[in-house]
Design a protein. Structure first.
Lengths: 216, 181
């Protein structure tokens, strides 16, 4: 009897979509990362949707909707109206609702990407909202960013260091920056990207696929 | 890889407990040790002690906890064991030191418990990454620091609390201590 009940429960509910957060400072490349991931995920047959967060506009959502890369209905916008971290960490209710609404509209969706509004190095995601999260920094922000040990950089599941092509132009020692990042993160993964050229995007898609879609 | 899509119940529920007890005698209960910081995740790739890889993908209404039963079959079970949580015990020397410590810890969004005249901070990383943030208080001997495992944390009148910046609702500031009995 017990076994029958447990099996019935196990078969009762289809698994819901994986939820992945993308945070990081203003201008580091969060929206660019999503734009670069879209064709890669599509080619891999991943059924996905996106929730963007902006301060008082829907700028990032409109950018993605106009891109022609994704069905505009699959992009949902949340206006934080306050510091961006408040709606991904302190009270993620609006984002949770946006994710639920996308899942209801697109049955079978496997993955929802939540892009935070640009914030500072202390920005982190609540695990009530996402299952796994990425923090994006860029070399133009300075190679001392990893050494500042911001909670976003330390706690994220994957650190993306973007705009590596700019390193020689902004006086950044990229190898040292990546080594510092790996050292302060205690071995947790770091991926270097140049999103404009597509460098590193497959590796980010691999990391998402392995961590929450279990495609290894 | 075995996919786990539900928590079937708690090992403390009478019917579960009885079934697990029978299996334990046959050495057929496998344990998956989940780090405290990962208990809040609904998706997790993790191996059991016997080496079986689990792809855990729970509905958003379910959560892992110490004693969560993930598999219960006639000849085998898998149960979650929450890895011991570590705490930073911060003891301010005076009321003014306590006020300043509370201010700083709140601004840092650390997950805390109140322990009478000490503040306990849940460690989700290396202790030195935490102490470095309040180095001024420690170096001036205004706050004494020790690292404690879960068992060493006094349960009596401690009170769990969210960091001062929290705006309420559900978030990850509520460690639950489902101790073994």
């Amino acid at each position: 009897m017990l076994h029958a009940l447990r099996q019935a429960k196990a078969q009762a509910t289809a698994t819901v979509a994986a939820r992945v957060g993308i945070g990081g400072p203003v201008g580091s490349g969060k929206t660019a990362l999503i734009e670069a991931l879209i064709p890669v995920l599509q080619r891999r047959g991943v059924d996905f949707a996106v929730v963007t967060n902006d301060l008082v506009t829907k700028e990032d959502a409109e950018r993605l909707r106009r891109s022609g890369l994704i069905d505009p209905d699959r992009v949902s916008a949340v206006e934080a109206g306050a510091c961006p971290h408040t709606v991904i960490r302190e009270d993620p209710t609006l984002n949770i609702a946006a994710g639920d609404e996308l899942e209801a509209r697109f049955p079978g969706v496997e993955l929802i990407l939540f892009e935070s509004g640009g914030d500072n190095l202390a920005s982190t995601f609540s695990l009530d909202l996402v299952d796994w999260w990425i923090f994006v920094i860029d070399v133009a922000g300075g190679d001392d960013i990893p050494r500042k040990r911001g909670p976003g950089l330390l706690r994220c599941d994957l650190l993306v260091v973007n705009k590596i092509d700019l390193a020689p132009h902004v006086g950044v020692d990229l190898d040292r920056m990546l080594a510092d990042a790996r050292q302060v993160r205690g071995g947790k993964p770091v991926i270097a990207t140049n999103l404009k050229a597509g460098t590193g995007v497959e590796a980010v898609a691999d990391a998402i696929s392995a961590a929450v879609l279990f495609r290894i | 890889m075995r996919r786990i899509e539900h928590v079937l119940g708690s090992r403390l529920e009478p019917d579960m407990s009885e079934a697990l007890h029978r299996l334990e005698h046959r050495g057929a209960v496998d344990i998956v040790a989940v780090p405290a910081a990962d208990l809040a995740r609904r998706r997790l790739l993790i191996s059991t002690r016997s080496g079986e890889e689990l792809a855990i993908a729970l509905p958003r209404t379910e959560k892992l906890f110490d004693g969560a039963v993930l598999l219960l079959e006639r000849d085998r079970a898998i149960v979650v064991r929450a890895a011991t949580e570590r705490w930073l015990r911060l003891e301010p020397r005076s009321i003014s030191d306590a006020v300043e410590l509370g201010y700083q810890v709140g601004n840092l969004h650390w997950r805390v418990r109140f322990g009478g005249e000490v503040l306990l901070v849940a460690l989700e990383g290396r202790p030195e990454d935490y102490t470095a943030r309040i180095e001024n208080l420690i170096a001036a001997r205004r706050v004494a620091v020790t690292v404690l495992d879960e068992e060493a944390v006094d349960s009596p009148p401690s009170h769990e609390a969210a960091p001062s910046h929290s705006h309420g609702a559900s978030h990850d500031s509520h460690p639950h201590h489902h101790r073994d009995h």
